[in-house]
Design a protein around this ligand. Structure first.
Ligand code: 6PG
Length: 470
């Protein structure tokens, strides 16, 4: 097939890269891939052969020269130093106005640094979060681009074609300048950590309280996925509970070691939320729980040192109903925390984010897609300055109705020695955020007592200090 030049280039033909490029080709664009690993190049050529619009080379020069100008090159390589290495090898081959897109989970300040560096060389660089795993990349991911808007306009038709569709609307939108795209993807992942922690706790409590079997858990999650909890993570959990192990024919979930790994995006979300002074306790504790889970050997040893209550058996229907309400409540509070962080970051980093649009492009394709997001998007359309989802008039009645179940479940878990950090932190976040008074006046008094740090008063303006005990 003769080309004036391929429409799209992609560096990094791992699972995500290969699937993304095939998706581009499915949508009538020609695409050229590059990877130093010849095997990956050959695999793509074989798989893309029938499409005719796909080609690949392990030689970077051949790759760059095959592309139509301005070149549109996406990098789907692991975040970190390797992105800089790829940029350095591409640079001598590129021309002014070529466009580089980092589609990985790069840390947002790295994207800002790279954008400034490449701008000086006449190359447009922008970060685009891509969510949806391998299947998403192949069939339609949610894409979160930021950076130079003009440069994005060249890529827009391709991204809109390949992105997941929600009722016909593509799950991609230009989100804002600089590293807005990577930032939004980072918070997406923070929310992802929170929702995953919550679903694991609900699985645990249903198993321990109502003694649900994996088959029953499958049915419960499957039913929930048809209701207001409809979401990718609930859907795949339902599928996971019925999966058999091909080695032992037991339920696979029972054979999986309870040590969760992480690549860092959840931790970054928490760290940055702390920097901004925005509370995201469900996300914080989701990171901590992965860390505690990783201490398997220590946990096994410590387990022998303490007696723990045996969870009292509970009525199945009662627990399932309570768990559904509690999970719904906690999903809302987790989105509320992440979106609060986005709104604040938007001001701090001048991203000019539109939270309603972000919720919209999360409705399909990405890992945190959920039925709830349509309502969340509407809430932020109704009031684009909404401070927190918890104060949205559309959500207040639903949260009000669901919160007693969260209280009851957390109380049950605490009494019965079941760790429920995600749900209890969601509840604490809710209780604290909606409390007009908190006991932190004592903290202020203590600070002033031991360090003359001063305090404000609730009955008059000014800054005060007391010689305590005098
Ligand atoms: C996505 C995911 C993805 C992430 C994995 C693994 O949106 O497709 O967020 O980008 O890499 O979920 O993350 P952890 O290894 O940190 O769990």
């Amino acid at each position: 097939m003769k080309h004036a030049g391929y429409d799209f280039g992609l560096v990094g033909l791992g699972v995500m890269g290969r699937n993304f490029i095939l998706n581009v080709a499915d949508n009538d664009f020609s695409a050229f891939g590059h990877d130093l690993d010849q095997e990956k190049v050959d695999a793509l050529k074989t798989e893309g052969g029938a499409l005719e619009r796909v080609n690949a080379s392990s030689d970077m020069k051949t790759f760059v020269q095959a592309l139509a100008t301005p070149r549109k090159i996406m990098l789907l390589v692991p975040a970190g130093k390797i992105v800089d290495t790829v940029i350095e090898s591409l640079l001598p081959l590129l021309e002014k106005n070529d466009i580089l897109i980092d589609g990985g989970n790069s840390f947002f300040t790295d994207t800002d640094r790279r954008e400034t560096y490449l701008q000086e060389k006449g190359i447009h660089f922008f970060g685009a979060g891509v969510s949806g795993g391998a299947k998403g990349a192949r069939k339609g991911p949610s894409i979160m681009p930021g950076g130079n808007k003009e440069a994005y306009s060249h890529v827009k038709p391709i991204f809109e074609a390949v992105a997941a569709k929600y009722k016909g609307e593509p799950c991609v939108a230009y989100l804002g300048p600089k590293s807005a795209g990577n930032y939004v993807k980072m918070v997406h992942n923070g929310i992802e950590y929170g929702l995953m922690q919550l679903t694991s706790e609900i699985y645990d409590v249903l198993k321990k309280s109502a003694r649900l079997s994996n088959q029953e858990l499958h049915q419960v999650f499957d039913t929930w996925n048809k209701g207001r909890l409809q979401s990718f993570l609930v859907e795949i959990s339902a599928e996971i509970f019925k999966q058999k192990d091909d080695k032992t024919n037991a339920d696979l979930i029972d054979k999986i070691l309870d040590k969760a790994k992480q690549k860092g995006t959840g931790k970054w979300t928490s760290q940055n939320a702390m920097d901004l002074g925005i509370p995201v306790p469900t996300i914080d504790v989701a990171v901590s729980m992965r860390e505690i889970s990783a201490l398997k050997e220590e946990r096994v040893a410590a387990d022998k040192l303490y007696a723990r209550p045996t969870p009292t058996q509970q009525n199945k229907d009662k627990m399932i109903t309570m768990a559904e309400e509690a999970l719904y409540f906690a999903f809302i509070t987790t989105y509320a925390q992440g979106l609060h962080q986005l709104a604040d970051a938007s001001k701090a980093y001048e991203y000019d984010l539109n939270v309603s649009v972000i919720a919209k492009i999360w409705r399909a394709g990405c890992i945190i897609r959920a039925g709830l997001l349509a309502d969340i998007s509407k809430a932020f359309t109704a009031n684009k300055n909404l401070e927190n989802l918890l104060v949205s008039p559309a959500f207040i009645p639903q949260v009000q109705k669901a919160v007693p179940a969260a209280r009851e479940l957390v109380a049950y878990a605490a009494t019965n020695g079941i760790p429920m950090a995600g749900l209890s932190n969601s509840l604490t976040y809710f209780d604290a955020y909606t409390s007009s008074t908190l006991p932190l006046n004592l903290i202020q008094a203590q600070r002033d007592h031991f360090g003359s740090h001063t305090y404000e008063r609730n009955d008059m303006d000014g800054i005060f200090h007391t010689e305590w005990g005098v």
